[in-house]
Design a protein around this ligand. Structure first.
Ligand SMILES: Nc1nc2c(c(=O)[nH]1)N[C@H]1C(S)=C(S)[C@@H](COP(=O)(O)O)O[C@H]1N2
Ligand SMILES: [Mo]
Length: 299
């Protein structure tokens, strides 16, 4: 691909972690002295602040390990990530069962600082390490009749309390239209803050689609299929009236049970102001993918 997406958040906004913590402390101190607090800073400044690794690993959705926000951190050590295999099938020139190393061989792992917005109206900023999904798909050889990419999460029943309790149907599945999958913002992530992906964040490899609600970013992937028809997606199957296949972040389309106009940034503290949610989570460069689509109808 000739075009590579350029990160608008700078290197100075992530790691080195010690320096970052310093800045947080300085800002907190300044805010206290000025009687402002972080909520008094312009929205953009708040936006660019990556969450701490501690926050990112402590507050999760990963229903295979329970439905509580702290359940994944408590239970996901059970996940067996050794000798991970990813099955690639469907409309590809190079199907097969790949090791992680084979799938990513020769690709450069980049750092991408992305906003992350859950459909439940909380958000984080995460410094991911990953490769563009487009680069993986290119080497797999997508055939011309493929129109969607389907993903599947591992199921290890003996190790997954949420699977034992059948809290939702498993395996967790998700999908993207091919042009969404090929967009340079779309990542397969293998780490955060330069550390290997924690189990609760979807080790050893998970999807990241920053302009869509978090549930599209499927964790612990064991299958990637190129298909002609729109594939099933877990939350869309469970409740199609509340969770569409596209699920682009959109403050103008309320969830049937709550508003999507604002969000609570995790780690902001008790008195932090909610921040405004942006269409496409602020990633306006994807808008042309949906030209002519009614995003109220295809939500
Ligand atoms: N396999 C699987 N993937 C999943 C989920 C899940 O329950 N199971 N939860 C989704 C939801 S709702 C969100 S908000 C994100 C949370 O990612 P994080 O815990 O790394 O912040 O993972 C998504 N991917
Ligand atoms: Mo979510």
């Amino acid at each position: 691909m000739a075009f590579r997406w350029k990160n608008t958040l700078t290197q100075a906004d992530v790691t080195p972690k010690a320096a970052w913590l310093n800045r947080r402390q300085i800002m907190a101190g300044f805010g206290g002295a000025a009687g402002l607090g972080l909520a008094g800073l312009p929205a953009m400044a708040q936006d660019l602040e990556p969450n701490s690794l501690e926050d990112i690993r402590a507050y999760n959705n990963f229903y295979e390990f329970g439905t509580g926000k702290e359940d994944p951190a408590r239970n996901a050590h059970q996940l067996d990530t050794a000798d991970w295999k990813i099955t690639v099938d469907g409309l590809v020139d190079n199907p097969g069962v790949y090791s992680l190393a084979d799938l990513l061989d020769g690709l450069t792992v980049e750092e991408r600082i992305y906003r992350f917005r859950c459909v439940e109206a909380w958000s984080m900023v995460v410094p991911w390490n990953g490769v563009e999904l487009a680069d993986v798909l290119a080497r797999l050889g997508v055939q011309s009749d493929a129109k969607f990419v389907a993903f599947e999460t591992v199921v290890q029943p003996d190790r997954m309390i949420g699977v034992q309790r059948r809290v939702i149907p498993f395996p967790y599945v998700e999908g993207l239209r091919l042009d969404e999958a090929m967009h340079p913002l779309t990542l397969l992530a293998t780490g955060i803050y330069g550390e290997p992906m924690a189990n609760q964040n979807g080790a050893p490899i998970r999807l990241v689609v920053p302009w869509k609600y978090g549930f599209k970013s499927i964790k612990s992937i064991v299958r990637i299929s190129l298909v002609a028809e729109q594939p099933p997606a877990t939350w869309n199957i469970i409740n199609p009236g509340e969770y569409g296949f596209y699920s682009n972040v959109n403050p103008y389309v309320p969830h049937p049970r709550w508003s999507q106009t604002t969000e609570r940034k995790i780690g902001g503290g008790l008195f932090a102001e909610r921040q405004d949610t942006k269409k496409f989570n602020g990633y306006d460069e994807v808008a042309s993918l949906y030209d002519g689509m009614d995003l109220g109808k295809y939500f």
